[in-house]
Design a binder for this molecule. Structure first.
Ligand SMILES: *Cc1c(COP(=O)(O)O)cnc(C)c1O
Length: 350
């Protein structure tokens, strides 16, 4: 049974062909378990090559684990994690970062649309230094943000400069890292370690895999014990080759980036198609694979009646999030339906 293509989330999408084919290639004979196999070595090497860096690479099942375990290794239990108020680690991980760090506190910084600034980080980090307050140890930024905004390379460099100045580590939640790569058209290295990022949680699932994220430590001194952390948290896959192989698949011919470009293109396409439609307003600039639309509740109800599925959990706007498989004809149908709902709304209002 298949449902019609929806854009409620990029994890509604199926597995992209490159990931699927690599899993099929890996699905032959025996392989050593727990990551000591050739596929895991190949995938780690492929990521090191893509990032032009001799990083430590780990594969875990999902983004919550990747973020939580990475952050736990960057701070102690009495320290704090500086994050945007809209950060996934704060709003959508059920306290996992606090849990896995044994109580480190997330300090949220108010933002317009989820983007931190160097200034705001400095202010928050310096606010208190007394013994009654959890000492800031790490800053996390989401690239692109939960709202589909991008940090420019300059902005990342500015944030990492403040982090270095204040002795903070810099973590990047890259659940949609590849969409940022495609949008900024820069190298993975430039967006991460060359800009001062210490650890990246690099999304696989939303980029087209069945399951799995890569945790990449550019500063290898920070990964001490991370393998044990993964095991303890139930994140060490015994048949690791199947978490690893998709990375080999998506990285070998640039399929990963191409798919992200396609997904970003769908967001742009819907955005363009709605430019002259009344009563619908994009809430955030469209920079990656997301489009957030503000419209009257009568219109969202009418859209749902037409069978469209979407969430409004971020700031009340209707979110449309596109994946590698976005069918542009279906995106056009959505645009048409939104335009028709706007027309009906106007007639009702008269
Ligand atoms: C989807 C997502 C994650 C990971 O979520 P899981 O469901 O745990 O895989 C992490 N960060 C952001 C910003 C996300 O959108």
């Amino acid at each position: 049974m298949t449902m019609r293509q929806q854009y409620a989330s990029d994890n509604y999408a199926a597995i992209c062909p490159e990931a699927w084919e690599a899993m099929q290639e890996a699905n032959v004979g025996s392989a050593v378990s727990y990551g000591m196999d050739d596929w895991t070595t190949r995938a780690s090497d492929a990521l090191r090559k893509a990032f032009e860096c001799d990083a430590d690479v780990y594969f875990v099942f999902n983004g919550t684990a990747a973020n939580s375990l990475a952050l736990a290794s960057l701070c102690r239990s009495y320290q704090s994690i500086l994050a945007a108020d809209m950060a996934h680690i704060e709003t959508d991980e059920c306290g996992a970062p606090e849990f896995f760090s044994n109580g480190a506190k997330i300090l949220t910084i108010p933002t317009e649309g989820g983007k931190l600034t160097a200034e705001a980080i400095r202010r928050m980090a310096r606010m208190r230094t007394d013994i009654h307050f959890p000492r800031p140890a790490v800053v996390t930024i989401t690239q692109p943000t939960e709202t589909g905004l991008l940090y420019s390379l300059d902005e990342i460099r500015g944030i990492s400069a403040v982090c270095r100045e204040l002795g903070l580590k810099l973590h990047m939640d890259g659940a949609r890292f590849v969409n940022a790569l495609a949008a900024l058209d820069c190298s993975p290295a430039d967006m991460t370690w060359r800009a001062g990022v210490d650890v990246l949680c690099c999304g696989g699932t939303k980029g087209g895999m069945a399951v799995g994220e890569a945790v990449i430590f550019f500063d290898r001194t920070l990964s001490d014990g991370f393998d044990f952390r993964c095991k303890q948290a139930g994140q060490l896959a015994s048949k690791m080759r199947f978490l690893a192989a998709p990375w080999v698949g998506v990285l070998r011919d640039g399929g990963w980036i191409a798919h992200a470009r396609h997904a970003n293109g769908a967001a742009q396409r819907l955005h363009e198609a709605l430019k002259d439609v009344p009563h619908v307003r994009p809430v955030f600039p469209v920079q990656a694979n997301a489009l957030f639309l503000d419209m009257p509740s009568e219109m969202t109800a009418a859209l749902r009646e037409r069978g469209w599925v979407f969430y409004e959990f971020i700031g009340g706007a209707a979110r449309f999030m596109f994946a590698w498989d976005a069918d542009y004809a279906q995106v056009d149908r959505l645009a048409r339906d939104i335009a028709e709902c706007a027309r009906d709304y106007r007639q009702d209002a008269r």
